[in-house]
Design a protein around this ligand. Sequence first.
Ligand code: SF4
Length: 510
Amino acid sequence: MINGFKASLLNKDVFSVTWELVPGRGAREKSQEDAIKAAGQAAQDGLVHALTLTDNPGGRPAMSAASLGAEIIKLGIEPLVHFTCKDKNRNGIESELYALDRSGVRNLLVMTGDYPVSGYEGRPKPVFDLDPVHILDLISRMNAGLEVPAGKGTVNHQPSDFFAGAVVSPFKANEAELMAQYYKLQKKIDHGASFIVTQLGFDARKFHEVLQFVRNYRADVPVIGNIYILPYGAGRMMNANELPGCVVTDQLLADLDVEKAAEDKGVGARLLRAARMYAIMKGMGYDGVHIGGHNLKYEQVKYIIETGEELSGDWSSLLRYFDYPQPGGFYYYEKDSVTGLNSKQPVNRAGLPGDVPVEFNYQMMRFFHHLLFTPGKNLFPAMESYYKGVKDPRKHGFEHFLKVVGNDCKDCGDCALLDIAYQCPMSQCPKNQRNGPCGGSFNGWCEVYPHEKKCIWVKAYAMLKAYHEEDQLEKMYLPPVNWDLYQTSAWYNYYTGRDHSGLGKKDKPE
Ligand code: SF4
C-alpha cells in the first residue's frame, strides 16, 4: 500500500500538511475519542497528509501513540507516530518497532522526548538507553533487513518499510547551543533521518536559517516547518521556559496580551498568525508544515491551510509579522540586509567569545589524557601493557575514586569522557545523550536543571572551541553503551579495545 505521507513529502509539487493530535491519558476518555473523531474528519477531504501522534508528551503518561496510530490508519489517513527515547530501553524500542511494522504504521518522528515528570505513584524512571541517532540507525538497519544472531551464524529479517524523520531546534540563542544542535542534526541525517521537522518558533529568520542549513548539508532531505497556534496562556509558559525548548520572546508575549483582549479572546488573531506562517513556509521553500495547538478543531486547520494558500503568493510581505529575535541571539548565517533573512555566508565564529569559560578541571583532564591515553605516546604503552595483564576488571577502586571525584562517574564502563571534552553524559546529562544535545536546553542551561547546570554539549563546544577543536563534536559518533561493561574498569576496557573506541581499530581523539 502506498504511503500517502511519504508520497506527499517526496513530491515537489505537493506541499505536505500534518496535524498534531495529543492522545491524552486514558483509553476511552474524551481526548482519545476526540482524536479518533478528528482523524475521521481529516480523512474525508485529503487536505491533511498525516496525523502526528504525540508520545507521552510533557513526560506524562498517555495513550500509546503506536496503538492509536494502528487504529487511525484504518480510517484511511496516515499516522506519523512520535517515537521517543525516554520510556523504553533498546529491547522495548525494537519490540515496538516490530509491532508498528506488523500493523502497517510506517511514519515515525524520532526524538529524545521530554524528561519524565510524573506517573503512577510518582516520577517514573527515565530510561534514555538509546538516543535518537541510535534509533534512526536501528530503523535503517531494519529497513535493510536487520541482521540478528541465529544458531551458529546470523539471519536477516524481512526488511521493514519505515519512513523515519527527526527533529531540530534552530531557536537557540547561544553559538554553542545552536552548533551542537546542528552537529547532531547532521548525525541524524547520516544515520537515516529521511525528513526533518523543526521545533515550533516565531522567528522567520531562524526558520530560514535551518532550512538553508539542511539544504546545504543534504538537499534531498525534505524539511517540515512547525506551526503552533499560540494562545496567551501557552505563550506565557513558553516565555517563562516552562515548556522545554519552546521560545516566546517578551515582545511576542506582549503582542499576545493585546490580542487576547479582543472579543473572540484572540482566536482569530492566532489563526491568522498560523495562516501567515503557512504562507511563509511555503514561500521559503519548505516541503510541508506541521500544524499543532491545544484543542485545535478540524475547521481551524482547514482555515489555516486555505488562508495560507491564498496568502502564499505574497509571502515576503508577511515576514514583518515574525520578527521576534532572542535578545543578542546567535544566527548561523550573516543577515541579508535586503530581506532581513539570511545571506549564504556563515558567520565567522572564530572571533566570537566562548559561551562558557574554560574550566581548570578541563585543562587538567586534557593534560592527563594527553599523557596517558594518546595511542602510542607518553605513558600510553606502559598503561596498555599494565591493563592487558589485569585479571579482574571489576576491581578498579583507584580509577573509580578519581572519576567519581572529577566527573561524578556512574561506572558505565564505556567511557565517553575522551569524546565529549571530559563531560560525562551518564552523570551530567539527565537524558544520557551521547551524540549531541536534546532540544530542551534554554540559554545554554540544561532542560532539567535550568539556571543550575549548563548543558554538557554547550560546555563541550565552548571548551573545545578554546583550542579550535570544536569540530570534534561534529565528527564523533558514539554507539549505545554496552551494558556488559557496567561496573568494570573503563580504563581496562579502553586499553583492551572492549569499549566503543575499539582501540587499535581507529585512533582516539587526544
Ligand atoms: S565511565 Fe561512564 S559514567 Fe564514568 S565518567 Fe565515563 S562516561 Fe561517565
